[in-house]
Design a protein around this ligand. Sequence first.
Ligand SMILES: C[S@@+](CC[C@H](N)C(=O)[O-])C[C@H]1O[C@@H](n2cnc3c(N)ncnc32)[C@H](O)[C@@H]1O
Length: 384
Amino acid sequence: MLIRVLTAADASDFRALRIRALREHPEAFGRTPEEVQPVAAIAEHFRIDAGSDADFTLGALDGETLVGMAGCHREPALKQRHVAHVWGVYVVPEWRRTGLGRRLIREVIARARTWPGLEFLWLDVTTVNQGARALYESCGFRSVAVKPRSLKVGDRYYNEELMALDLRPPPSDVAAAYDQWAEIYDHDANRTRDQAGLLLRQARLELGGRRILEIGCGTGRNTEWLVARGARVVALDFSAEMIRRAQGRLASSAARFVRHDVRSPWPLRDRSVDCVIVALVLEHVEDVSAVFAECGRVVRAGGEMWLCELHPIRQLQGSVAEFTHPRTGEPVRVAAFPHDTAEYVGAGMRAGFSLIEMGEWRDPGAPRAAAPRLLSLKFRLATS
Ligand SMILES: C[S@@+](CC[C@H](N)C(=O)[O-])C[C@H]1O[C@@H](n2cnc3c(N)ncnc32)[C@H](O)[C@@H]1O
């Protein structure tokens, strides 16, 4: 399967596919087949678009046959040039559920990213089109607004959802971002946080009477559970606000919260803990080897390390930890570094650990083609 920018020579095939899409799914598109331009006008558009930083139309070709398409158009007005619209996404039925739609969207995003000054991608999806909505969400688009009754097909109205992808680089100050997030961290909807918490509870770690080190403890949600299971916990985090909230949550002599950046050597003695727990922290750490090396130093022989992070595929799709600023209402994306599974496993092995369990976790009910949300790894340190 070849995905490429369509040229004037593709105009006729493009027109036929576009008409097919509009006929098959009148509820999914804003135009009718009768409104599709003639071949010559389409060819002229493709000619002008070639090499511009304002427009392209991608085609997916199975041999010579056009089986999918997706367009991207940038607003020409000066005050709107930071926004481009994704439009006309369509894959023929025979090629659905093969990952082709996702490949098309990823390619649109990759190309749009090269346009200087572009900050957002927007798209409209009819709210009845749940499959497409899930696809866009898995590629990093977020729902921004619903436009009620924006399409009328015969006597029937359809609502369209406006979804946006923020292409701006995230702010670099991670601790400051978490200071802001702390106020709402426990209350806002966050499937990644919830699923990671659940996986920790199902990880079958020995906790009763054990010395646990938790790094990146946040508001202490997991610390509280660990202590309730009989563990003695030292919990590190570099966000002052997160630590303050964690201390407010849990006044127990079994938990000690310490403000500390885990990229610096840890304030713990060699071989002083039975297990290290890492949940949703390492995406913010560029060099994970240093963290694993510290784990290998502080864990006793035969001790364990359990980690759970945003899945590497999700990271490559552009997902990062993000929240809505409690005061400004603006979305904030926290600076993150993509990591491969082999990077985690390799760093663990170099620190003296063996991998003993691994899990890749999708949302409940998510299709097989969806990227897993989380990666979990359990390591054990050699006994001698
Ligand atoms: C997404 S939260 C996860 C909190 C908690 N582990 C959970 O699963 O709910 C990430 C936490 O890691 C902390 N963190 C990120 N980078 C860190 C670093 N270099 N040193 C210490 N803490 C860090 C942040 O301050 C934040 O509290």
